[in-house]
Design a protein around this ligand. Structure first.
Ligand code: ATP
Length: 199
């Protein structure tokens, strides 16, 4: 069966950048966040569930009003948990089906909240991308036009690098001055060996 590598890391750690290199190597990448957004917009059962959880129609424009959803769940973590309990399993089912259909030696799931969503249970190995918090803050502020406080709030909503690293088979240090391509090639070859061994 096709092997599966999970790639995770906090906001601004460089997941997208690292996955771009894996794609160049020919590895199919499933971006969990993108699929979650697609399902929240396009899956009628998920629409109904979200509307039922928040108690109002968030799809008046035809698409999910993400701003309104964020406002409603901002101070209601129990509602966020309920939305996640609908969306996360749906994303994992999509990944499972997508991975099974692939004829590549291995595939990647990229997810910021891989452990939080228990996606680690669906992959053979996990690689965590880590970078110093100050560098992550500067990267995200530069990319998304967010204030320092907004970036820090997002970082604080996720696990810390160390917690992710403790549960990961590989760790890629993506500090600004690190060479990540040799690290990525090592992991790629290692995953190919794993796929070859269990073929
Ligand atoms: P998010 O979870 O927010 O989507 P991410 O983990 O996918 O973030 P990227 O989008 O890959 O992170 O990187 C965030 C920003 O930092 C991008 O603008 C990227 O170009 C830049 N960046 C990534 N790695 C490095 C690096 N080693 N040195 C300098 N800048 C970097």
């Amino acid at each position: 069966m096709v092997k599966r590598l999970g790639i995770t890391g906090g906001i601004g750690s460089g997941k997208t950048t690292v996955c771009r290199i894996f794609r160049v190597l020919g590895v199919p990448v499933f971006v969990a966040d993108t699929v979650a957004r697609q399902l929240m917009n396009g899956d009628p059962a998920i629409h109904d569930a979200i509307n039922a959880i928040v108690g109002k129609d968030l799809y008046l424009s035809g698409e999910l009003d993400r701003k309104e959803l964020a406002k409603i769940i901002f101070n209601r973590p129990e509602l966020l948990r309920m939305v996640n309990a609908v969306v996360h399993p749906a994303v994992l089912r999509m990944f499972d089906r997508w991975a099974e259909r692939s004829d590549a030696p291995y595939v990647i799931m990229e997810a910021a909240i891989l452990f939080e969503a228990r996606a680690d249970e669906l992959v053979d190995r996990v690689a965590t991308i880590s970078a110093p918090v100050e560098e992550r803050i500067a990267r995200v502020m530069g990319r998304n036009d967010l204030s320092r406080e907004e970036v820090i709030r997002r970082i604080n909503n996720q696990l810390e690098d160390e917690e992710r690293e403790d549960q990961s088979y590989y760790v890629i240090n993506n500090a600004d001055n690190e060479m990540i391509i040799p690290e990525i090639l090592k992991i790629h070859e290692d995953m190919l060996r794993l796929a070859e061994r269990d073929r």
